[in-house]
Ligand binder design. Sequence first.
Ligand code: HEM
Length: 187
Amino acid sequence: MSFLMYEMARHPDIQEKTRREIWEVCKYDPEYKVTYEDLHNLKYCDMIINETLRIHTSVTEVRRMCTTDYQVPGTNVTIQKGTFVLIPIWALHNDPDYYENPKEFNPENFGEEKKADRKNAPFFPFGEGIRSCIGMRFALIQMKLAMVKYLKHFKYELNSKTPKDIQYEASPVAIEPKGNVLFDIKK
Ligand code: HEM
């Protein structure tokens, strides 16, 4: 959420578009109780969350042990049984071969048009396969609910103490922003 709100503050036009979707789906009324269905209908918020998880991939890599010899399709490379494989999710999400201008925050990367254009672009912030993240749905709902609460009636700007180009700090589980991410918040 720190990275998501950081990108919102850096892109006031995108922030405003997000807020308008929230008003449309979850009403302007501060007393309105958000439903599960409303969260499902916040399609632009989905694009914002995906683009945040692409650029600032929280879990930067996953690891697997190869259980049988495996020939990588279209190559003469065979990964031997017993080989330890590291899958660099962050690097794939930020690879210009798959995403044009990968450092640019562009929610349209997850719009219908672009999605159809680049069917093979990797995107798996929650991992893949039977050991993928068990908390994915919970995390996505929590993030959308937080977006509604944060953005519905408040505007965010980067505070002068927040770096314009955020650096990462490694933690045992996921990357975090280096230093504090401070905002100036207006009603
Ligand atoms: C944005 C938030 C989150 C991200 C990006 C994330 C990402 C990941 C990733 C990449 C994995 C490894 C998957 C793999 O090896 O293929 C994982 C595993 C896991 N995550 Fe998450 N996660 C998030 C939130 C959560 C939450 C909220 C929970 C619990 C409520 C959770 C519980 C787990 C568990 C238990 C595993 C291990 C699953 C297994 O080994 O079978 N995660 N997560």
